[in-house]
Ligand binder design. Structure first.
Ligand SMILES: [Ca+2]
Length: 235
């Protein structure tokens, strides 16, 4: 066997491990940066955490540069929620910057210990960051490097004990994505949880180190294997 035979085998195997194309969110005509203020400003606790009330929301204040709101539904945006029809889709635009926010005033009872949500992150060469804030203070961030751990919906939990005083606080979930590639953050089923924090708090991570791209790692392994085989054959 010639060396180029091994190189050809390696190239075919490497192509087979490439990531599948990610979805782009359909854009409504004439969408621009808008703020949809919540109507029902007097309710306490956390309302419509599963987003099933839709958009415009009576509970969430919604902003999005490209789509008007991150909140979308299965008939309009596709079946990407965790439960029900509605969910929040941040990003979703290819090669353009997206900035989006949802927020609401929540009463954090003294018994409340954590905010939980279900998160899914997908990308195609895109970069961006998702941030949870209470009263303007960042309490958790996730970014493109977390897509390996959150390729499917996983529950996250954020420690809110330092805000659990029975008073009203502003919960904000915002995303910015860079204007190259495609970056998606999906969120569903946000809730306030009482009681002692659970082990799921381990999932409240802030990733800063780049995670090696899996197809690239497999490609390098295959290259070493085929070159080793070649030497064995010809040696
Ligand atoms: Ca939902």
């Amino acid at each position: 066997m010639k060396r180029w035979h091994f190189i050809a085998i390696w190239m075919i195997c490497f192509a087979g491990t490439s990531a599948a194309s990610e979805v782009v969110r359909p854009r409504p005509e004439g969408a621009s940066m808008t703020t949809k203020a919540r109507v029902n400003a007097d309710t306490a606790a956390l309302d419509d955490g599963d987003f099933e009330e839709g958009s415009p929301s009576a509970y969430w204040t919604e902003e999005s540069l490209k789509y008007g709101s991150p909140i979308c539904s299965k008939p309009v945006c596709g079946d990407y929620g965790r439960t029900g029809s509605h969910y929040a889709w941040f990003g979703g635009v290819r090669d353009e910057r997206e900035i989006a926010v949802i927020s609401q005033q929540i009463q954090i009872e003294e018994t409340a210990s954590q905010l939980t949500a279900w998160l899914k992150i997908t990308r195609e060469e895109g970069q961006g960051q998702l941030r949870f804030s209470i009263d303007g203070n960042t309490v958790a961030t996730y970014n493109h490097n977390d897509s390996n751990q959150y390729g499917q919906y996983r529950e996250i939990a954020i420690d809110l004990r330092s805000y659990a005083d029975g008073e009203l606080h502003n919960l904000s979930i915002d995303v910015h994505t860079e204007p190259s590639g495609l970056m998606n953050f999906f969120i569903d089923d946000v809730s306030l949880v009482a009681g002692e924090p659970t082990a799921v708090l381990v999932d409240n991570i802030t990733a800063t180190e780049a995670v090696p791209h899996r197809p690239l790692v497999w490609g390098i392994v295959l290259l070493f294997l085929t070159l080793g085989l070649h030497d064995w054959y010809t040696g």
